[in-house]
Design a protein around this ligand. Structure first.
Ligand SMILES: *Cc1c(COP(=O)(O)O)cnc(C)c1O
Length: 388
């Protein structure tokens, strides 16, 4: 079997047949000349298919031993297309309680009015999940690790429960990607990505993808994508194809830097708690070791001193940029309570472990010592010794 890092570079179409160009050309064309009536070629119109987008779809599929993926304009376009493809009025979805904010909004503020009911449960607790699956459920939607506390769900255990209840299982695998976690091998029916994050990896595009091994499901999804027009564009697909080539290599280094950052933070007196799945102190450390092949690039931690400490810390950082994204070469920092999760009601936020002193780092590919020096300086600012 061909290795993952080889597939990340070579899976899909090889050099261009017409010109020999090594890389897939950017087919920036709306439409395609047809040979005659009733003799449609593979590609007819770029909403339903485009050769550059298709090259990306083939490579993404090959990485998970799945059918060619479907690629989308954004991660949320992928999630929305998934919901539109498998849900009908009256259907119920069980969702991880700590999940990407956009997923909550599309369920509660868009699909709710079409008769879709969503129940948010702590899927990290399989007993709670089993209870929630007692009512008829069409879809179980998991996110693991979950943003921002990195709480894990046991995909294999959850998928067994969902199968027994007759529900489909989808996993948002954006945080780890198939380089570090393969949900389809653990029993999931569908995998969702925001390719915006690690897959493209350079803060250059927004994009999404859906994968499955089920022909019928795939056909339905491809139809809904082509009909609703949630599809990805050729230029973004080309950039994403380029990003994919270094995905395994980048994630290895992201994980290495993140582990060192997590170990550093855990020892600091100003830090109350660190969340990183590959730290032995992480409550689900064993599950992390079993389910994912390394810790990934995200580290969250709780500062002593709440919101005020958070502000001081953020103002002291130079290398970590305050911005809403993750998964790219540049290190970024967010303050979930006032940024990514600001629209989540305070009670719900607290229940999910998102307190005012919580900071989320997307650890990039800069030099590890520089990253730690940056954090060290910012933590000194919190102590008040520098700014005041
Ligand atoms: C960013 C993100 C999304 C949404 O992706 P967009 O490309 O921003 O639409 C979905 N799930 C997770 C886990 C994300 O981090």
């Amino acid at each position: 079997m061909t290795q993952y890092s080889t597939l990340a570079i070579h899976a899909g179409p090889g050099p261009d047949e017409a010109t020999g160009a090594l890389l897939t050309p950017i087919h920036q064309s709306t439409t395609f000349k047809q040979d005659g009536i009733g003799q449609d070629r593979e590609f007819t119109y770029s909403r339903t298919g485009n050769p550059t987008v298709s090259a990306l779809e083939e490579r993404l599929g090959a990485l998970e031993n799945a059918l060619p993926a479907t690629a989308y304009a954004t991660g949320m376009a992928a999630t929305t297309t998934l919901f539109l493809s498998v849900l009908r009025a009256g259907d119920r979805v069980v969702v991880s309680d700590v999940v990407y904010g956009g997923t909550v909004r599309v369920l509660q503020q868009v699909l709710h009015s079409f008769g879709v009911e969503a129940e948010f449960v702590d899927t990290a607790d399989l007993n709670q999940l089993a209870d929630a699956l007692r009512k008829p459920t069409r879809l179980l939607f998991l996110e693991t690790p979950a943003n921002p506390t990195l709480k894990l769900t046991d995909i294999e255990g959850a998928a067994k429960l969902a199968k027994a209840a007759g529900a489909l299982v989808a996993v948002d695998n954006t945080f780890l990607t198939s380089a570090l976690q393969q949900p389809l091998d653990l029993g999931a029916d569908l995998v969702v990505y925001s390719t915006t994050k690690y897959i493209e990896g350079h803060n250059s595009t927004v994009g999404g993808a859906l994968l499955t091994r089920d022909e019928e499901l795939n056909e339905r999804i491809r139809f809904v994508k082509g009909t609703a027009g949630t599809t990805q564009a050729p230029w973004e697909s080309w950039l994403t194809l380029r990003g994919l080539k270094t995905l395994p290599l980048r994630l290895e280094k992201h994980s290495q830097n993140a582990l060192h950052v997590a170990e550093y933070l855990e020892k600091h007196a100003q830090v109350a708690q660190v969340y990183y799945p590959y730290l032995p102190s992480f409550p689900q450390y064993e599950l992390a070791q079993r389910q994912q092949s390394s810790g990934g690039g995200i580290v969250s931690f709780e500062l002593n001193g709440g919101l005020e400490a958070g502000k001081q810390f953020l103002s002291g950082l130079k290398l970590f940029t305050l911005a809403e994204n993750l998964g790219a070469v540049e290190s970024l920092v967010t303050h979930p309570a006032t940024m990514t999760h600001a629209s989540v009601p305070v009670e719900q936020r607290r229940a999910a472990g998102i307190r005012d002193g919580l900071i989320r780092l997307s650890v990039g590919l800069e030099g590890e010592e520089d990253l730690i020096a940056d954090l060290d300086w910012a933590l000194k600012c919190v102590l008040g010794g520098v700014l005041s």
